[in-house]
Design a protein around this ligand. Sequence first.
Ligand code: GDP
Ligand code: MG
Length: 678
Amino acid sequence: MFILTPVSLRKCLPLVNWILRFQNSFWRSKDCCQVAPLQGWHKLQKFSPNKTVSCRQYSSRSQKENLDMSGFPVENIRNFSIIAHVDHGKSTLADRLLEITGAILKTECNKQVLDKLQVERERGITVKAQTASLFYPSGGRTYLLNLIDTPGHVDFSYEVSRSLSACQGVILVVDANEGIQAQTVANFFLAFEAQLSIIPVINKIDLKNADPERVEKQIEKMFDIPRDECIRISAKLGTNVEKVLQEVIARIPPPNMDRSDPLRALVFDSTFDQYRGVVANIALFGGEICKGQKIVSSHTTKSYEVNEVGILTPNEQPAEKLYAGQVGYLTAGMKEVQEAQIGDTLYLQKQPVEPLPGFKSVKPMVFAGMYPVDQSDYNNLKSAIEKLTLNDSSVTVHRDSSAAFGAGWRLGFLGLLHMEVFNQRLEQEYNASVILTSPTVPYKAVLSSAKLIKEYGREEVTIVNPAEFPDKSQVSQYLEPMVLGTLLTPAEHIGKIMTLCQDRRAIQKDMVYIDDQRVLLKYLFPLNEIVVDFYDSLKSLSSGYASFDYEDAGYQQADLIKMDILLNGRPIEELVTVLHRERAYFVGKAICERLRDSIPRQLFEIAIQAAVGSKIIARETVKAYRKNVLAKCYGGDITRKMKLLKRQAEGKKKMRKIGNVEVPKDAFINVLKRQPNK
Ligand code: GDP
Ligand code: MG
């Protein structure tokens, strides 16, 4: 046995010291995204354009010194995005590119470094596009490579299209095992329409089942890109990744812009910083920009003085100036994110220019009510939502109120994942707890009633709150939003998937075999039918192998109805649902059943009914109590009686009265949370 005496302890000290040091370095290495330490910075100051400078010297920068970016003329710049279906390895490839160029140290724990949000790390998805400027020496020059990692999920395709506007090329990553998926197709066409150079990269060739040959054939057939243009890599192991950088330089053209032109800076993203206000991500389409200059926003015509410019490496690194063709960030004391509208053009006050084309405005696809769990938290939640929308301008917010939940908001999201991510960020980043109502899609009604037309000031109205759905007698037609869905599936699941689509009122538009095993299907869906659980059903039907993406396809006339849920004859405002007539019975019945299970028995019978107009289409009953539980507590058992009375009183506090019926507050949440579907 080893006995610790002062002597043995002293003998052990070197060992203890060593263990402590080892532990320290271990924990330091656990700290993800290690930025390389500062080295040889002074050499940079005398940088000449065509001299190779070690990439380490650029990325290993001091936080205090400003970078001199003048040594990067457009011919040394490449701006590109990495696009792919979700999980095909965009963020992993970005990690390797950051490592090769010395932006981050090569350690075991550099995993998806650009996914900075907690929700991104937990879910393993990219939600927000991220920019990183890399310095890469090649052929006697140092290149400035501006890389944008993009999200792959359909809800965030707006982020992708925005990022592409700052690029001249893309790396299209395809998993060697899974092959082309729905978002690969969608993202390819975004890049193709923007006329960008496309470098196809086949990733995960280290996997046992990898079949790069098959994927190359698919790429050739679907996108008309010759097989020999594909690069086979393993982003995880780093195999062939250097080749990708070489091809980026060779195949992607430098930006075609000029420093001597007047300043034109495109705002392609923005974030909010508590202390500095809006941090706008900009791509310079002409001229140069530096601290102290007076700039104007084309969108708001407000003017600002530039406080700071810099590049992202991927952390912020201030620079003395940014020049045409470069991508970076800017702060100029903008207090609200609306002031740095995405797609806006910034120019010098003394040199006005025509704004760049910008982007089409983003359109929310689903709406939901959001309320504080406790009304006393209203102000805290309000400020949390405001702060979060500063960093996510694609969410629309309108004030709303409900008899059950009190004052709140109706929020518009790009899709269900977007809604979940927003909710999770509220909880994680702002410690807010909220009630989120069931999502609905924006329906439209063409009004026929002169009175209503006058009230709204127009004939066609969009309804995002089912409670405001106008009655059939005042409307000439209802319209519902449609989407064109792309599905990619192994051929063996095609029968089940077609049945699923038909059940969702979808119409087949196209069907192509992309090779002998995989089929691409196109369907026109009512958005309402895919919003809640379509994706889950598709995944379970196809054992996870089918993928789905959709794009907006306008509106179509539909036989819509408003369904009320009644409690002993009284309508419940928050359970009003708008849906297609065909689905009314099924959905009505499911809501009634769920409500029946959530309402406790009371002294009288409670009728729960689903009604369309005056017609009852479903009914459930909560039976009355037979006995009074307190009646048994006679005589001396006072403490038990007190306990029961206390519990009853506490229970009542959480109840809401509808007519004479007491409903627990979470009953609605239970019903609203999972929208019944087939
Ligand atoms: P993203 O959604 O496209 O950004 O994909 P990620 O970069 O987050 O990668 C998704 C998953 O694939 C992660 O678990 C990665 O570790 C894994 N992955 C990425 N590249 C490779 C590769 O080359 N080989 C293997 N075996 N796995 C990889
Ligand atoms: Mg990612």
